[in-house]
Design a binder for this molecule. Sequence first.
Ligand SMILES: *[C@@H]1O[C@H](CO)[C@@H](O)[C@H](O)[C@H]1NC(C)=O
Ligand SMILES: *[C@@H]1O[C@H](CO)[C@@H](O)[C@H](O)[C@H]1NC(C)=O
Ligand SMILES: *[C@@H]1O[C@H](CO)[C@@H](O)[C@H](O)[C@H]1NC(C)=O
Ligand SMILES: *[C@@H]1O[C@H](CO)[C@@H](O)[C@H](O)[C@H]1NC(C)=O
Length: 595
Amino acid sequence: MLTPQSLVPLALVASLSLAVSVPRADAPAPAPQLEISAASLTSKWIEGSDFVQIIEATIANTGNTTWLTRADDLQVTVSSDSVVTVSPGTLQRLQPTETAAVRIGVKNKAGVNPGTTCDVTLEASWAGGTTNFDISGPCGIGKFTATEGSLETHSTPDWFDDAKYGIFIHWGLYSAPAYGSITPNEEYSEWYWQHLNNPDDATQTFQYHKETYGTNFNYDDFVANFTGKKFDPKAWMQLISDAGAKYVVPVTKHHDGFALFNFPESISKRSSVHMGPKRDFIKELLDTAKSQFPDIHRGTYFSMPEWYNPAYARYSDGGSFQGGPPVNPYTGEEIPYTGYVEVGDFVTGIQRPQMDVLAYEYETEIMWCDIGGANNSTLMASAWLNWARDKGRQVTFNSRCGIRGDYDTPEYSSNSGIVERKWETCRGLDPFSFGYNYVTPDDGYLTSEEIVQTLVDIVSKNGNFLLDIGPKNDGTIPQIMETNLLGAGKWITAHAESIFGTRYWTRSPGTDNVRFTTTPDAFYIHLFAAPTGAVAINFPLPLREGDKVTIVGGKLAGKDASLTKNSDGTFTLAGSTAIAAADQFAWTFKIAYES
Ligand SMILES: *[C@@H]1O[C@H](CO)[C@@H](O)[C@H](O)[C@H]1NC(C)=O
Ligand SMILES: *[C@@H]1O[C@H](CO)[C@@H](O)[C@H](O)[C@H]1NC(C)=O
Ligand SMILES: *[C@@H]1O[C@H](CO)[C@@H](O)[C@H](O)[C@H]1NC(C)=O
Ligand SMILES: *[C@@H]1O[C@H](CO)[C@@H](O)[C@H](O)[C@H]1NC(C)=O
């Protein structure tokens, strides 16, 4: 007699025997065990949508053995009196004991005002299970009020998280002397004026200035030198684009108070528009960016205080930001603060109006404040965010406006591991200066390799990288900066899919010479050392049988690579001299999820 088993067509038997993970009929694979471990109604909407609000939820695979795969068809939706699901959250793969973020797009039901506090139940369902999670918060994209509590519910838009790499530009009066000593410590050249006023400062700027310009040459006299004669906004933006960057943040006004943008004469005439070259360099640059480089987001650096503004004296911090008027450091004699206009209160008379100009007239997307201190930022930011929202634009501000801000800004430093609150490292190509410092030798600058590896490292930990250039006084960009940026830019462009729009792997950024980045349907491995032979990777990589593993970027881009799981749970990536020779700076491999 034929057993039922022997009736199975041969072809099916063959395919079953190939698919090693298919369970036997008498022992069905257990369904994955999932939970929603956290969720929130965010201030973000899906870019380009009609305010489809994003709910972020964390899915945890709490089981020990069963993976979530595409076949499980995970869908996260909402059940609520106030909102409906527009786009369900999905997740293609999740290993046991791992977590990952999903986003659910929702819209308010008719009659529910944007920003109303309401209750939402998230429902996750997949083949073999369901689970719920209750949250409450603002439903819809509402208005912010001028309180820190309200503004703390704002978060960085997704475009900022996707953009990863920006170019910072420090260019101003300090670009004329372009000096900071490099021993015993390297010093910020853009702090020239502050250093000048401190005879004992380690930068020796006091002595240097006397020898170079004489004791009667005041800092503001550099206005005559700051010509910008060769400033070419198109060339600057082309370089930024070729560098592979996705946003630009020029300094609009540094601590010396000398601005590079325009504002009413009734508040100040201290700018390149009102004196010196009589040009609005910021407008020229941002207009060029907007019209010719629409994929590059536009930010603005803005110093909240001014070292020597007479109106700042009442807000003195007792340290560097003491207010003015300035003095000649050699004679102690009071000197004019060029372009100063009596305004009464610094914060309401100059600071806030200038920030408003950048927000509404220059339409900045990133208010990159510096220093903090006395501020009107709850008023400024709430009004600006509400205005931008009405225009359908998502904007952001950093942690240095005097209030918490959307993201943190480690300076010339990074994080040693993943930090979940959005952050951005800023630093110069110079080993320790944002403004151009002619004393720095060419071999001191970040190399292309260092730029690439720093970027990949930061991205693997949830950061962005804002890398600074310091143009020269005349508007030209030092050759070494251009060369090193372009070298890195070639790599970044060729490996873009493994950087832009990625998210960190919740399990680990990697270690030593390996880093990881992820997308919904792929996982990227970056090696900082040339893989000339077998490379051991001691992390539980999300590799399943049937996945396609390929090389990203370089001369072998798109070619298959071999990644195998060892019996002890570690992995081996097969390198070779050919693979090593096909790329430089970082070697990237992609696991494309096939199930
Ligand atoms: C997972 O393993 C741990 C320790 O081996 C055990 O205590 C736990 O009950 C297991 N959980 C499930 C869901 O099987
Ligand atoms: C700036 O101008 C002064 C006076 O005109 C001149 O002596 C000096 O060399 C100039 N410095 C630079 C860096 O151009
Ligand atoms: C910013 O301004 C607010 C309101 O005046 C104040 O409470 C806060 O301390 C200021 N921030 C800093 C860093 O001084
Ligand atoms: C901020 O603005 C309000 C209202 O104009 C004002 O009363 C307050 O003093 C300002 N804060 C600072 C630190 O100047």
